[in-house]
Design a binder for this molecule. Structure first.
Ligand SMILES: CC(=O)N[C@H]1[C@@H](OP(=O)(O)OP(=O)(O)OC[C@H]2O[C@@H](n3ccc(=O)[nH]c3=O)[C@H](O)[C@@H]2O)O[C@H](CO)[C@@H](O)[C@@H]1O
Ligand SMILES: C=C(OP(=O)(O)O)C(=O)O
Length: 419
């Protein structure tokens, strides 16, 4: 199994180009199933989750061409004949549940394996199912599968009791082909929802309010082919900026979107990082300084993203002072704590709150990645730990970061992937 080996101590300097957002490209690729013409998606990151999505789309019968180097995907959904998303694929990628709405709306049937729990929490799908039912589908859960059937879906009022990114995306996609109008209340406001809506509109959908808690979708009879470029990954961007803050370096993230990560930029400024935004470039300058510890409470957008929590915790581990981190989205998203402790961090966890006291130095050790952002936090800690840190199980990292070790190495890190 591959590992990443980092030797800490180098300040990162230079420019790094941000890839397309994992959490936007996955719902968008699934939503292409709604169209009855070819769909071209650009700025597609080369990630394990994207390859899994391509396999799932191909398994359903879609024509799929993936130009990895150009970051382009061409999908022809007209040849889709199957409507089953099998366990073997779904279990490796929770976002597979996003195939439910598009398949149901376009083909009147979908069987999607329950994604199951994962390291960060139980991750139920009750809100996805309730939304499909509200749109007129019959949905049963049996033998580990969500089995849904419908004639044409009917527009409905859907008020989510909890903000869910995925359930909002499934409801939004399905509603585009429903008869009549759908109003989604308490919708997630993440930038990836806005990007999905922009792609659907490019295919001919009629959507208003994406990015606000109320989305209105007027159903149309068909979606045609079209093209869309995926927005930059705000979590990857944030990870590079934290790397600059932790190593006392100066990094410019290019092809980035500062407006999608305001809460993260504010926290970095509070930690003492000088942030400059110039168009699609974000520069984090921390030369000659050590970060101050900052309190963080994760929340739905525009709050501080749970997907940056582990990285901020890594920063607090070597910051000056003590700070608390409250994880309010997922009940078990502190899997990185035990591994950071192995590197010499001082962290105490009490329920959903971690209290981190900054230490003057971390020391390298073998550690194990448990989930995607936990892996990123261990790489970040490794960048400043004395000696060598080797990170095992990096298939988690490859699910959501494109060639992270190459990008960090280009910024001057001593990091390599080994077999
Ligand atoms: C592919 C993708 O975009 N993944 C992101 C998406 O995950 P995902 O869409 O799975 O996360 P949700 O926004 O749905 O989850 C938010 C909360 O709602 C709960 N919930 C969710 C659905 C449901 O049917 N019932 C229910 O109770 C979850 O357990 C969680 O506590 O948003 C998360 C929160 O920003 C991010 O961490 C993930 O990176
Ligand atoms: C939790 C994440 O992703 P997923 O929902 O795909 O597991 C993430 O991107 O940090």
């Amino acid at each position: 199994m591959q590992k990443i080996v980092v030797t800490g101590g180098r300040a990162l300097e230079g420019e790094v180009a941000v890839s397309g957002a994992k959490n936007a490209v996955l719902p968008i690729l699934f939503a292409s199933l709604l169209a009855d013409g070819p769909v071209e998606i650009g700025n597609v990151p080369n990630l394990r989750d994207v390859l899994t999505t391509a396999r799932l789309l191909a398994e359903l019968g879609a024509g799929v061409r993936h130009d990895v180097e150009a970051g382009r995907f061409a999908i022809d959904p007209r040849s889709v004949r199957d409507h089953v998303a099998p366990y073997e694929l779904v279990r490796t990628m929770r976002a597979s549940v996003l195939v439910l709405g598009p398949l149901l709306a376009r083909h009147g049937a979908a069987e999607v394996s329950l994604p199951g729990g994962c390291a960060i929490g139980s991750r139920p799908v009750d809100l996805h199912i309730a939304a499909m039912r509200a749109l007129g589908a019959e949905v049963e859960v049996e033998h580990g599968y969500i089995k849904a059937r419908a004639g044409r879906l009917r527009g409905a009022d859907i008020a989510f009791e909890t903000v869910s990114v995925g359930a909002t995306e499934n409801a939004l996609a399905a509603a585009t082909l429903a008869s009549g109008t759908t109003v989604i209340d308490n919708a997630a406001c993440e930038p990836e929802i806005v990007d999905l809506a922009a792609c659907l509109v490019a295919l001919g959908a009629d959507i208003e309010g994406a990015g606000t808690p109320r989305i209105v979708v007027r159903g149309v009879d068909r979606l045609g082919g079209g093209a869309h470029d995926v927005l930059p990954d705000r979590i990857e961007t944030g990870t590079f900026l934290v790397a600059a803050a932790m190593t006392g370096g100066c990094v410019t993230a290019t092809r980035a979107r500062a407006d999608t990560l305001v809460a993260v930029l504010e926290k970095l400024q509070e930690a003492g990082v000088s942030i400059e935004v110039d168009g699609d470039r974000i520069r984090a300058d921390m030369r000659g300084r050590r970060p101050r510890a900052v309190d963080v409470v994760t929340a739905p957008h525009p709050g501080f993203p749970t997907d940056m929590q582990a990285q901020l915790m890594a920063m607090n581990c070597i910051a000056e002072g003590r700070a608390t981190i409250d994880e309010t989205i997922f009940e078990n998203r502190f899997m990185h704590v035990n591994e950071l402790l192995r590197l010499g961090a001082d962290i105490a966890v009490d329920g959903a709150r971690a209290t981190v006291a900054g230490v003057a130095r971390l020391s390298g050790a073998p550690v194990m990645a448990t989930d995607l952002r936990a892996s990123a936090s261990l790489v970040l800690a490794g960048l400043v730990a004395e000696g060598e840190t080797s990170i095992d199980r990096i298939y988690h990292l490859d699910r959501g970061y494109e060639r992270l070790e190459r990008k960090l190495s280009a910024l001057g890190a001593d990091i390599r992937r080994v077999d």
